[in-house]
Design a protein around this ligand. Structure first.
Ligand SMILES: [Zn+2]
Length: 104
């Protein structure tokens, strides 16, 4: 007997990334990417174009940052990241890519 081949609909491969705050894996596209700048501060990387070390935060955590978790994930940068996420929320839904950049 030939082995039955599983012929289910093949899901498109979705790259998953883990939220550094709640540690849940989500499709990369739904996460916010933060990159660490040369000066040590984090900023948003809307198009995932910046090189270097990135951290991902899911929308849920971005909307309601858990300070304690943030501190565990970002240490001394937690306050800065928290402010960044708040700023992101302010512009979320208004535009996709442009305008989300934080001022230096
Ligand atoms: Zn999360």
């Amino acid at each position: 007997m030939a082995a039955a081949r599983v012929q289910g609909p093949k899901p498109k491969h979705v790259p998953l990334r883990r939220c550094v705050v709640c540690r849940a894996s989500s499709p990369k596209a739904t996460l916010l990417r933060l990159v660490r700048d040369a000066d040590g501060s984090f900023k948003l990387d809307p198009g995932s174009v910046a090189g270097g070390r990135g951290a991902y935060v899911c929308r849920t955590c971005a909307a309601e940052p858990n300070e304690k978790r943030l501190r565990q994930a970002f240490r001394s940068q937690a306050a800065q990241v928290s402010a960044l996420l708040t700023a992101v929320q302010a512009v979320a839904g208004q535009s996709n890519d442009s305008g989300i950049r934080t001022e230096a």
